[in-house]
Ligand binder design. Structure first.
Ligand SMILES: Nc1nc2c(c(=O)[nH]1)N[C@H]1C(S)=C(S)[C@@H](COP(=O)(O)O)O[C@H]1N2
Ligand SMILES: [Mo]
Length: 313
C-alpha cells in the first residue's frame, strides 16, 4: 500500500449537483419485496435530487461516512492489465479503447445477446453509494452509477440448470501489458454464484460521481459486489456467461491458498500474509475495524447459511 500523497481531502467532486436527467430512478426490477429492500437500504444515497436543490454532500447511507474524493478513487487503482503500481494505472489506462465496445452474454441462457455499450448506457441508471474493501487492507466509499446485474440476467433468461455467472475482461495486447509483466493470466476472469449475481446489491457500474466510468476504474462497464473483496469486482467486461460449474477466478487460480472463490469480506479470516481485522480508508490515517460482509450482512448473510465461512472464504 502506498502512502497518501498529501492531496487535499476536500474536492469539488465530493460535493456536486445531482443532475436530474442523468440519474433516473424507479428502474428496479424484481419483486416488490426486493424493491422495498433496496429503497430502504439506499434511499439516502440514491434519490434523484431536484435540479434546483443545492449541492449535497455524498455519504455512505449506512454509516454516514463521506464519499472518498473523485481524485482518490481515480488515481489509486488496481488494474493489472495496465500496471501493478496503483498510482501508475490512471495514466496507463488512458490507452484503453472503450469504443466500439460490445458485451456478449451467453452460456446457459434461453436468449443469448450481444449488446453494444450504447444500448447498455441507454438503460436507466441509478446511483449507489457503496463501501469498497480491497483484500490488501484499504477501503473507499464510492458513488457508483449503474444498474442491477439481475436486470441484465432477466433479459437473457438463465436456464434452470445455470448455477454460476462468469465474467471476462477485455484483453488487448496492443494497449495492455503482458501476463509475464503483470504476474497473472489474461483475460482477467471472475465468477459469482447465480444467487449472488441476482442479489439486489450486485450492480454493473457504468460511472462514478455522476460521470462516465474513468478508464482506470474499469470503463465502460465493471462489476461491483460490495460485500466481497475488491478483486471480485471485475473491470472492463466483454463477456458474461452462465454455467453449471464454478467458473475460474483470476486470483483464486493465481494463488489458491490465499484467495477463495467466495472472497466475502471477513475480518475473522486473515490473509496468510496479513490480518484482515482492520482497514485504512483512503484519505484517512487511522485504521478502521473491518466489518463482516463489509457491513452488508443484514442483506447478504442468508446467502451463506449452512456454509463454514472460515473454510469457504
Ligand atoms: N480486469 C481487472 N479487474 C480488476 C482488477 C484487475 O487487475 N483487472 N483488480 C481488482 C482489484 S484487486 C480491485 S481492489 C479493484 C479496484 O478497483 P478500482 O481501481 O476501481 O478501485 O478492481 C478489481 N478488478
Ligand atoms: Mo483489490
Amino acid at each position: 500500500m502506498a502512502d497518501q500523497d498529501g492531496t487535499p481531502d476536500i474536492t469539488p467532486e465530493r460535493i456536486y449537483l445531482n443532475r436530474r436527467n442523468f440519474l433516473r430512478t424507479g428502474l428496479l426490477a424484481g419483486t416488490a419485496a426486493t424493491t422495498a429492500l433496496v429503497y430502504r437500504s439506499f434511499r439516502p444515497g440514491s434519490v434523484t435530487a431536484p435540479a434546483s436543490e443545492p449541492a449535497r454532500i455524498l455519504t455512505d447511507p449506512a454509516t454516514g461516512d463521506p464519499a472518498t474524493s473523485f481524485e482518490e478513487i481515480a488515481n489509486y487503482n488496481n488494474f493489472y492489465e495496465f500496471s501493478t503500481n496503483k498510482t501508475d494505472v490512471a495514466a496507463k489506462a488512458q490507452a484503453l479503447r472503450t469504443r466500439p465496445w460490445a458485451v456478449e452474454i451467453g452460456g446457459m441462457v434461453a436468449a443469448p445477446q450481444t449488446l453494444t455499450i450504447e444500448e447498455i448506457l441507454d438503460w436507466p441508471q441509478e446511483e449507489r453509494v457503496y463501501r469498497f474493501r480491497c483484500v490488501e487492507g484499504w477501503s473507499m466509499v464510492i458513488p457508483w452509477t449503474g444498474f442491477q446485474l439481475s436486470e441484465l440476467l432477466a433479459r437473457v433468461q438463465p436456464l434452470e440448470k445455470a448455477r454460476y455467472v462468469a465474467f471476462e475482461t477485455a484483453y488487448d495486447p496492443a494497449t495492455m501489458q503482458s501476463e509475464l509483466s503483470a504476474g497473472i493470466a489474461f483475460p482477467y476472469v471472475e465468477g459469482l454464484r447465480l444467487d449472488e449475481a441476482m442479489h439486489p446489491l450486485t450492480i454493473l457500474a457504468t460511472g462514478l460521481y455522476g460521470k462516465p466510468m474513468p478508464n482506470q476504474n474499469g470503463a465502460p462497464l465493471r462489476l461491483v459486489v460490495p460485500w466481497k473483496y475488491g478483486f471480485k469486482s471485475i473491470k472492463s467486461i466483454v463477456r458474461i456467461y452462465l454455467t453449471d460449474t464454478e467458473p475460474p477466478a483470476t486470483w483464486s487460480i493465481t494463488s489458491p491458498r490465499e484467495y477463495g472463490f467466495y472472497s466475502n469480506v471477513n475480518p475473522s479470516v486473515d490473509h496468510p500474509r496479513w490480518s484482515q481485522k482492520t482497514e485504512r480508508r483512503i484519505g484517512e490515517y487511522r485504521m478502521r475495524e473491518t466489518l463482516m460482509f463489509n457491513g452488508y450482512g443484514d442483506e447478504v448473510a442468508s446467502l451463506y447459511e449452512g456454509m463454514d465461512l472460515t473454510k469457504f472464504y
